[in-house]
Design a protein around this ligand. Structure first.
Ligand code: KMH
Ligand code: ZN
Length: 303
């Protein structure tokens, strides 16, 4: 087993709100700057969401995405992974629009519908910087993150036409079977790249047992060594779960989309800090972060 591991860094996402961390980037120039710094710190891939430059609310505006994408591409050869998960309340058409527009190396492809509950964050939002924050997170008590078979097939075909590889976001065991179905339908191509998303309320938990369960089921369905995978864990299990994945042959995702803390009670001051910590852990165990060029080879990207 090679000792190279891809670090993905998810820069801002659409879960956390500006009040939760003063360091969460939400202006396009800050998102781009933190992505470039994360790449320089050892991330081979950056996962991008856009936010409204006026108030940090999740945004589907292609103009905002363009500013972020152009700034990153001008300074870095890091793999670009643009979300098609978007944010609460966006239509599937809005979520998919970045793929043909920017033809990124990777785009997230959420592999099934789930309840997506971020409403427990509301208790941390007594006073907020912006009015939208509390109602946004509270609304997820009644929110289904919709990814129907029709929507998934549509998005996979758009990615195929754009030469973009799907990063398949797997929130629970059953979604691995959705991926198997999409492979059989011919809308996905091997080798697939799975991103195990653990610790989201509505999906699988964020324990080592959950990771093992996902990994073993994927081995059984797709065949050991026939696919690439990575893991993220929301919140304080980010580093324990990512560290475990290294020994199982997996790649890792860190970043402020998933976790705002460097250690207990210590807010991360940037995404690069989270990447630097992951690199330190890796090197303690003789793993090395893959470069963007190595990541392209590992993932068998065509472009
Ligand atoms: N927000 C994470 C739970 C996406 O952007 O499409 C998973 C994610 C999905 O990053
Ligand atoms: Zn995301």
């Amino acid at each position: 087993m090679s000792n190279k591991r891809i670090i993905s860094c998810a820069i801002t996402g659409s879960i956390h709100t500006p009040t939760l961390s003063e360091y969460l980037p939400w202006k396009p120039e800050d998102i781009a700057r933190q992505a470039i710094d994360a790449a320089n710190a050892g991330a081979a891939s950056v996962h991008i969401h856009a936010r409204n430059p006026a108030n940090g609310a999740p945004s589907a505006e292609l103009g905002v995405y363009r500013e972020i994408v152009e700034k990153i591409r001008a300074e870095s050869d890091v793999l670009l992974c643009i979300t098609t998960g978007g944010g609460v309340g966006m239509s599937i058409e809005q979520r998919a629009a970045t793929v043909p527009e920017f033809k990124p190396d990777l785009s997230s492809m959420n592999a099934g519908s789930i309840n997506f509950g971020i409403f427990p964050l509301a208790k941390m939002l007594k006073e907020t910087k912006f009015d939208w924050e509390k109602p946004y997170v509270e609304s997820t008590q009644d929110f289904v993150f919709s990814n129907t078979f029709k929507a998934m097939e549509g998005i996979c075909l758009i990615m195929k036409e754009s030469g973009t590889k799907p990063e398949l976001e797997i929130y629970d065991i059953g979604q691995l079977y959705n991926v198997k179905y999409l492979l059989e339908r011919g809308v996905l191509e091997e080798p697939i790249f799975l991103q195990f998303v653990t610790g989201i309320l509505g999906g699988i938990g964020g324990t080592v047992y959950d990771l093992m369960n996902l990994h073993q089921t994927a081995d059984r369905i797709f065949g050991k060594g026939n696919y690439n995978w990575s893991v993220l864990s929301a919140g304080r299990m980010e580093f324990p779960i990512c560290t475990t994945a290294l020994f199982l042959g997996g790649n890792v995702r860190v970043g402020m989309e998933d976790n705002l803390f460097l250690a207990k009670g210590v807010p991360a001051k940037s995404n690069a800090e989270l990447v630097e910590k992951m690199v330190r852990i890796m090197r303690e165990f003789d793993f090395e972060p893959a470069t963007p060029r190595e990541a392209r080879e590992i993932l068998k990207l065509k472009r």
